[in-house]
Design a protein. Structure first.
Length: 148
C-alpha cells in the first residue's frame, strides 16, 4: 500500500536532528526499512510508528500517521500542518477571536437551550461547529508545533 504521507516520517526524523542510520539504530530497524517508510514505499506498522513518535518526540507524527493509516481517523482527527510555535499560537488566537467576534458562543447557547436543533437553527449550528473544529485544529497545532 502506497503512502500519501508527504515524507511525514522523514520530516519528523530531520526535526529531531537524527540521521537515518542513528534513527534506525535507536528503533532497532534496518536503514532500508526506514528509507522505505520515508519515501512512501511502505507505511510503517503501528508499533514502528509508535517507536518513531517516541524517538523523534513528535506528537504531530502520531496524528499524521493515524490519519494516513486508519480511514476512520481521517474523520476524527484534524489535518494538522507542521508549524513553528509562534505561527501556531497566532493561528489559535485568531480562530478564538473569530469565534468570539461572530458571537458564536451566544448562538450556540441559544441553539442548545431547548436541547433540539430545529431546521431554522441548523445552518447556524453547522457554522458554529465548523468554527469549533478550526479552533480544535489550531489548538492541536500548538501542542504539536516545532519548538513546543
Amino acid at each position: 500500500m502506497q503512502c500519501d504521507c508527504q515524507n511525514i516520517y522523514q520530516r519528523a526524523r530531520k526535526v529531531a536532528g537524527l540521521t537515518q542510520e542513528k534513527a534506525a539504530e535507536m528503533m532497532g530497524i534496518s536503514v532500508r526499512s526506514l528509507a522505505d517508510y520515508e519515501t512512501g514505499v511502505r507505511i510503517p506498522p503501528n508499533d514502528t510508528a509508535e517507536l518513531m513518535v517516541m524517538v523523534y518526540n513528535s506528537q504531530l507524527l502520531a496524528t499524521q500517521h493515524l490519519r494516513n493509516s486508519a480511514r476512520f481517523a481521517q474523520e476524527l482527527l484534524p489535518d494538522i500542518k507542521a508549524m513553528r510555535l509562534p505561527e501556531a499560537v497566532l493561528t489559535l488566537v485568531d480562530a478564538i477571536y473569530d469565534f468570539a467576534d461572530d458571537k458564536l458562543d451566544r448562538a450556540l447557547i441559544d441553539i442548545a437551550r431547548d436541547g433540539v436543533i430545529d431546521e431554522r437553527e441548523r445552518p447556524q449550528f453547522e457554522k458554529t461547529v465548523h468554527k469549533i473544529k478550526e479552533i480544535i485544529t489550531a489548538a492541536m497545532a500548538v501542542s504539536c508545533s516545532e519548538g513546543s
